[in-house]
Design a protein around this ligand. Structure first.
Ligand code: ADP
Length: 498
């Protein structure tokens, strides 16, 4: 029985590095956060300085631990969760990166992916990795570093360099270069890993000409990767998972059919599909869910490009609201959106429609349309888009939907959550602790070292915050969804007739 009182979670995100300490009851006892610079060398390019990733993460950890007076002797294990897909290459002897990290958002390799499609590999990528070929994933970024950074290819071929996503890099730094490893969830976002055979994919490694000596060992997400002396004595690093999979685990979506949705700037939905890797023809991704060993579980993943960003647009561009939080009362001040539908397809539509040339569309305006109705229609669009993903997942998996678990900034909006329940005809569960990403990383690490005895204990720790039950008649639900479908049709027609 592990007697130390805390688990430390490192949450290495796209704009900041955070650290949270959890106690045995799953409560947050300390937290610290450090932002770090985004580097935009050219339009569409996004980089991070690996030293800044490491320093910000280290400082956040030291600060959070210090605020509790917790040293290594109080910390049972460390769990890591991270921005996914972001790609780093460093020297195995010195730990020195060969260039900045290429961030998941970076579009510099978009043409390389077009070439991959032209070369007829899209179907192989889908079948082996569960992904739709895209520059987001690590493969083309790693190929770019090998091909474009002077001298790198030769050094890699001599076995001198290591590749990793952010989790690997942190594990490497934390263990002083002793461990080069990653977990299934992060590996499954590289577009180089076969999610069925659980091996790096030879066809893709050959296609991108990637030396095998660069690749990390892959382990379950809950696993003792090594130990670190970061806080004095040795602490096991016992968990690692990509942010969305960590959130799925943190939401205790352990059973097939359990789904979580994160309402952040964009929206991310993952559904646990159990030991079956469900294929989707609607552009959903198939990915590995976080686990602690044994047969791997899979998840379906889909994203909404513009979710909370539509609320920011109301505030910053249209200036219809003072704050995101104000939308709740404004929405409640009118009985409905007065027939307005806002489709915030500002940068095209993702799953399940895939219409890159779609743009934002507003339908149903009348002379009497009010600010409150317009705001409400925009907030409602978050729920409609989420519902479209949910419907696609239900269809692909054939699994009944038990409930939708939510987190992320906009999940604080009670009006939106009730509307989601109504429109989806499903209960919405919002946990008290919406820091589900960090909790997921902590949970994986805590299970791996016996700090928590099993998943049952995690479920017991889970404090239900609020539950929203569907409250509108079925006919009304169908009517509203019909209106949304027509509005989508307008947005798609605008794109296709252009
Ligand atoms: P990210 O992690 O993507 O930065 P967060 O999870 O912090 O995002 O959520 C922030 C987003 O949620 C912002 O886009 C903001 O507009 C939106 N948001 C925050 N609070 C509310 C609210 N009460 N109602 C609606 N949207 C909100």
């Amino acid at each position: 029985m592990e007697t130390k009182p805390y688990i430390l979670a490192l949450d290495q995100g796209t704009t900041s590095s955070r650290c949270i300490l959890f106690d045995r009851g799953g409560a947050i006892r300390a937290a610290a956060q450090r932002e770090f610079p985004q580097i935009y060398p050219r339009p569409g390019w996004v980089e991070h300085d690996p030293a800044e990733i490491w320093e910000s993460q280290k400082q956040a950890a030291l600060e959070a631990a210090a605020s509790l007076g917790a040293g290594a002797e109080q910390i049972a294990a460390i769990g890591i969760t991270n921005q996914r897909e972001t790609t780093l290459v460093w020297d195995a002897a010195t730990g020195e990166p060969v260039c900045n990290a290429i961030v998941w958002q970076c579009r510099r390799t978009a043409e390389r992916i077009e070439r991959l499609r032209a070369d007829g590999l899209a179907e192989h990528v889908r079948a082996a990795t569960g992904l739709v070929p895209d520059a987001y994933f690590s493969a083309s970024k790693l190929a770019w570093i090998l091909d474009e950074v002077p001298g790198v290819r030769a050094r890699a071929e001599r076995g001198e360099l290591r590749f990793g996503t952010v989790d690997s890099f942190l594990i490497w730094k934390l263990t002083g270069g002793a461990v080069h490893a990653t977990d299934y969830t992060n590996a499954s976002r590289t577009m180089l890993y076969n999610i069925h055979s659980l091996r790096w994919d030879d066809t893709l490694l050959d296609y991108f000409n990637i030396p095998r000596s660069m690749l990390p060992e892959v382990y379950p997400s809950g696993h003792v990767f090594g130990t670190t002396g970061l806080l004095g004595g040795e602490i096991p690093i016992a968990g690692a998972a990509g942010d969305q999979q960590a959130a799925l685990f943190g939401q205790c979506c352990f059973a097939p059919g359990e789904v979580k949705n994160t309402y952040g700037t964009g929206g991310f939905m993952l559904m646990n599909t159990g030991t079956e890797a469900v294929e989707s023809r609607q552009g959903l991704l198939t990915t590995i869910a976080a686990g602690t060993g044994g047969p791997v579980q899979y998840a379906l993943e889909g994203s909404v490009f513009i979710a909370g960003a539509a609320i920011q647009w109301l505030r910053d561009e249209l200036r219809l609201i003072d704050s995101a939080a104000a939308t709740q009362e404004i929405c409640r001040s009118v009985p409905d959106a007065g027939g307005i539908y806002v489709v915030p397809a500002f940068s095209g539509m993702g799953a399940p429609f895939w219409e890159p040339y779609a743009r934002g569309t507003v339908v149903g305006l009348t002379r009497g349309s009010s600010r409150a109705q317009f705001v409400r229609a925009t907030v409602e669009s978050l729920a409609y888009q989420t519902n479209d993903l949910l419907a696609a997942m239900k269809k692909a998996s054939g699994l009944p939907l038990r409930s939708l678990r939510v987190d992320g900034g906009a999940s604080a909006n009670d009006f939106l959550m009730q509307f989601q329940a109504d429109i989806s005809g499903a209960a919405i569960e919002r946990p008290e602790n919406i820091e589900t990403t960090a909790l997921g990383a902590a949970s994986l690490a805590g299970l791996a070292v016996g700090f928590w005895k099993g998943r049952l204990q995690l479920l017991e720790n889970r404090r239900a915050g609020r539950r929203f039950e569907p409250s509108i008649p079925e006919e009304e639900r169908i009517e509203r969804l019909k209106g949304w479908g027509r509005a989508l049709g307008c947005a798609i027609a605008w794109a296709q007739n252009g």
